[in-house]
Design a protein around this ligand. Structure first.
Ligand SMILES: Cc1ncc(COP(=O)(O)O)c(C=O)c1O
Length: 359
């Protein structure tokens, strides 16, 4: 008999997969875009209270309703347009596994690599249109490709480049492609200039992804959500999503954090201020060796035009125990690329000092 299981396993083993950040014990962790301006103790207190309040012998029920209530208050969106997941990673996974069969996706490159890897896992065809040198979308090529696809994925602001795209262009794409599923990933929207929130609830074909892992400082709690039309949100909640996808404690923590959104907003302001300062510092460092890109996120994306210099910078950062996301070479561009999370002033200064030793 055909050893179908073995052969499928071997085929899966050859796929690319999401590479998690390295574990750093005592170093500076600037590689995963978490909110480091948020006080660790603030989250800790909320987590302890939540653990005390919850009875883990019971499945989550009321906790889900409470979380939706807080989410609805925070987003100012009726809960009929909201659906939650075990991180937005899980929502992406479920969308692709349910709607992706034999479909083709248009996106750009570079973008959120997990999304691409998930498409490959579910055997979707994927067309990645390279972003232009300034990280903007190649409109003509993108539209040409999207015409042949059923799904469009737009990360806004984009990870790893950090920028948002021309809003008018995106509005145009939404208008032209009302027959496609458009996934807009707004994981970093709290740091950005605009959102597609209201366009989404008026449409039948847009799913907007959000997360509490970034601005809300809850990467470890695994809470994501999406905003979509009422039909999708309802079907997702009742049929597509697992019955008890998120645990009691995470839901409870999530509700408390959302009640404290004023404090979160304060940390966002700090990060945005720091963003401006680091951008200026990097620009001043050395114009010929470093190219820094405009960012609307809680991270900065930059290019070191000489590959040897790039390697030296990485070695120096490692020596100083600073973890950053190494993007490396991008086709048709010079040198290597780095994505670095914006932390507190002290953390950022440490990063800048390390860079200064090489550049
Ligand atoms: C663009 C983007 N979308 C989604 C996610 C996943 O978020 P979550 O932690 O909610 O699964 C990330 C995490 O890095 C991301 O960068």
């Amino acid at each position: 008999m055909d050893k179908w299981f073995e052969s499928k396993l071997s085929q899966l083993g050859k796929l690319d997969y999401y590479k998690k950040p390295e574990k750093y014990n005592k170093g500076l962790k600037l590689d995963a875009n978490e909110n480091l301006a948020l006080k660790k103790d603030f989250i800790k207190k909320i987590a302890i209270k939540a653990a005390e309040r919850e009875d883990l012998r019971e499945y989550p029920l009321q906790q889900v309703d409470d979380f939706y209530l807080q989410l609805s208050k925070y987003t100012k969106i009726d809960k009929k347009y909201l659906a939650i997941g075990n991180g937005s990673d899980q929502i992406i996974d479920l969308i692709l596994s349910v709607f992706g069969k034999e479909k083709r996706v248009t996106t750009f490159t570079p973008t959120f690599s997990y999304f691409i890897d998930r498409c490959l896992l579910y055997s979707l065809k994927i067309d990645k249109i390279p972003l232009l040198q300034d990280n903007s979308i190649d409109n003509k090529k993108f539209i040409q490709s999207a015409k042949k696809s059923e799904i469009i994925y737009i990360c806004s602001p984009n990870n790893p480049t950090g920028n948002q795209f021309d809003k008018e262009l995106l509005i145009e794409l939404i208008k032209i492609f009302d027959d496609k599923l458009i996934i807009i990933d707004e994981a970093y929207v709290e740091f950005a200039s605009y959102s597609f929130c209201y366009e989404t609830i008026k449409s039948q074909n847009i799913i907007l992804l959000r997360t509490l892992s970034k601005a809300f400082g809850l990467a470890g709690a695994r809470l994501g959500y999406c905003i979509a039309n009422e039909d999708f949100a309802h079907t997702f909640k009742t049929i597509i999503q697992y019955p008890y996808a998120i645990n009691n404690i995470s839901l409870n923590i999530g509700s408390e954090i959302l009640k404290n959104s004023k404090y979160i907003e304060k940390t966002i302001k700090i990060i945005k201020k720091e963003r401006k300062r680091i951008l200026n510092s990097l620009k001043e460092l050395n114009n010929n060796e470093i190219k820094v890109f405009q960012t609307e996120s809680n991270f900065i994306f930059f290019q070191i035009s000489d590959m040897n210099k790039y390697e030296n910078v990485l070695a120096q950062l490692k020596k100083d125990n600073i973890a950053v996301k190494t993007i490396g070479r991008i086709k048709d561009r010079k040198g290597g690329h780095i994505r670095v999370t914006i932390g507190t002033k002290m953390m950022n200064n440490k990063f800048l000092r390390s860079l200064d030793k090489v550049i």
